[in-house]
Design a protein. Structure first.
Length: 516
């Protein structure tokens, strides 16, 4: 979504929420969008990864939330976005109930249960914590609650966790947490996107898209992790990330886990990874994260971008005195008023494609974000591509509603790796303008392959027709089967090592595709 649209109050967060819920009517907006990594050669013994050891464990079927209750019934946040196994974190909880318990569920396959109970607290005395405070200069909401309990993750396997807060009055909320991997050598690295989760978080009335009055003009310029996430407490993870974690673990490939924040802080986790995967909605990146991921690609780590609008916003992460990263800064169109620029003139927190320091995301992802909203069929261009093996598709086969709500395309006038092959070319209409969404594949001299889906609904397609989260957009079981097999092909191929060495090189067809 471009910033002109945002200034007119057409908040993409609201549009995404409405689209995810299957709303029949939504606001429309303008369609145009406004060194690290190390050597690839693995060292040490072959990695097994948590997926290999966890898939045989019995899951826990009742991990979901059954009653959120009123907004203040129970809610909380962790003092870190991720921890290493065995490390400790604090939970800050506010509840109207006299007491509560915490259950830590690790997300995975688990025979279809999709999560396993790893830890449960004793009863914790509940309290209603103070109202949040607003940092006026940046319109940043901070809860600043007292810690309710400290949790040590001794014995917790690496992975993506949902901490469920259960009040004694029967209401529940999630707190997401990643138990990250110190190394991804020989593994496929899943990069979760908490900076994007936080950008859209409206808890306390403010996000990077709107202020308490709902306007773009009064939005936050910086958002804090020191507050709960709105709604269920983990909406962005549940919609755009969970299904991919479940699928990857079902495949049994060696996996590692991290976040974009952690790649920014310690790019060594990328060293030796067979692949790194950006999940369904991963919009907000620091320049450091982008630089490190690019270096990993050039050293032979395959990259998969399973959403759209990836690496679109350039952000700054700010630390607390204790060294913890707790603030995401993105001034967007107001970047000239950022005091940080006085001493760092090239570090404008605006879109990567905008000056100063313009560097469109397409030089990394291969595709260029064009806009929203759209809802269109996904159309296969090259059915013989290895990524579609076993799907049975033919050229022109389509899958309704799979392209949306945001989309990317190969754009020759933008910085684009070459050769690059368009494997799906999907006509669409966006606010009256005709365009296309593209899935594309390219390789680099270091051997890595890079694949981008070009649609934000790809990970949601893994749940299509199941009713698992109530956000099917009209996607059906046929679409689920297609997306599932294609994703399996991609993950398995990328887990084998540099894709250029064992998969056919891309056939550059951009001029041919866009000439027809």
């Amino acid at each position: 979504m471009n910033d002109d649209a945002e200034r007119h109050g057409l908040d993409r967060r609201h549009f995404l929420g409405a689209a995810a819920a299957g709303a029949a009517s939504v606001a429309v907006a303008a369609c145009d969008a406004g060194s690290g990594g190390g050597p690839h050669t693995p060292t040490g013994p072959p990695a097994t990864g948590p997926a290999v050891t966890e898939t045989t464990d019995r899951g826990t079927k009742d991990w979901r939330i059954t009653s959120q209750g009123p907004p203040d019934a129970i809610e909380g946040y962790a003092d870190q976005v991720s921890v290493l196994p065995g490390e400790e974190f604090a939970l800050h909880v506010s509840t109207t109930a006299p007491g509560f318990r915490v259950s830590a569920f690790r997300v995975g396959w688990y025979g279809g249960a999709q999560a396993r109970l790893v830890w449960q607290s004793d009863r914790v005395v509940g309290r209603k914590q103070d109202r949040p405070r607003l940092v006026v200069a940046t319109r940043t909401v901070k809860a600043d609650w007292e810690p309710s309990l400290r949790v040590r993750t001794e014995g917790w396997p690496e992975g993506a966790y949902l901490l469920r807060l259960d009040s004694e009055e029967g209401h529940q909320r999630f707190v997401p947490l990643i138990v990250r991997s110190a190394s991804a050598v020989g593994r496929t690295l899943l990069m979760h996107g908490p900076a994007t989760w936080q950008a859209y978080n409206t808890w306390g009335g403010y996000s990077l898209y709107q202020g308490r009055d709902g306007t773009y003009e009064h939005r936050s310029h910086a958002v804090s992790f020191d507050r709960p996430y709105a709604s269920s407490g983990a909406e962005k993870f549940l919609v755009y990330e969970r299904a991919l974690v479940v699928l990857a673990e079902r495949l049994g490939i060696p996996l590692a886990y991290t976040t974009g924040v952690d790649v920014h802080l310690a790019h060594s986790v990328l060293r030796g990874a067979t692949a790194a995967v950006s999940l369904g909605h991963d919009e907000y990146w620091t320049p450091e994260q982008r630089r490190y991921v690019t270096a990993a690609r050039d050293a032979g780590t395959n990259l998969a971008f399973l959403g759209a609008n990836t690496c679109f916003r350039r952000i700054r992460l700010e630390m607390e005195p204790n060294g913890a990263v707790r603030t995401v800064v993105c001034y967007k169109t107001d970047y000239p008023v950022d005091p940080y620029l006085a001493d760092h003139p090239t570090m404008a927190t605006t879109d990567f494609r905008h000056r100063p320091g313009a560097d469109p995301e397409s030089s990394l992802t291969g595709v260029f974000y064009e806009g929203f909203p759209t809802d269109a069929p996904y159309v296969v261009e090259n059915p013989d591509h290895w990524v579609y093996e076993g799907t049975g598709v033919r050229r022109g086969d389509s899958f309704d509603h799979l392209v949306g709500v945001e989309y990317d395309r190969v754009t020759p006038h933008a910085p684009t790796p070459a050769p690059i092959e368009i494997v799906a070319h999907s006509p669409l209409v966006c606010n009256g303008s005709h365009s296309h969404s593209d899935s594309a594949y390219y390789t680099v001299p270091g051997g890595a392959g890079v694949f981008a889906t070009g649609t934000m609904r790809w990970v949601e397609g893994l749940m299509a027709g199941t009713g698992d989260d109530g956000r099917d957009h009209g996607l059906d079981a046929r679409t689920r089967a297609f997306v599932t097999r294609t994703t399996e092909n991609l993950l398995r191929a990328f887990a084998e090592g540099p894709a250029a060495e064992h998969r056919p090189a891309p056939r550059d067809n951009v001029l041919t595709v866009y000439a027809t």
